[in-house]
Write a protein that binds this ligand. Sequence first.
Ligand code: SF4
Length: 78
Amino acid sequence: MCYLPGFDCGACGAPTCKSLAEDVAKGNAILSHCVFMQRQMEKHHSLSPEHAFNFIESIWGKDRLDKKCDKKGAINDY
Ligand code: SF4
């Protein structure tokens, strides 16, 4: 947990930072699944932006960040 920011944003696919830390401890995830850890690693040149994007797609699915106005939660989802 000391590496993770404690924001509990869920962007890594785990509901909380503690959950990701538990998954890492069990060998089911890696710290670089945290989007903020990814920024840190990119800053220190230990992770490429392309590799970071691959983590996002492996967690949330391919093309999920593409503009798509009919997806769940988009403005025309009434
Ligand atoms: S992406 Fe990072 S800050 Fe967000 S819940 Fe996961 S570990 Fe915590």
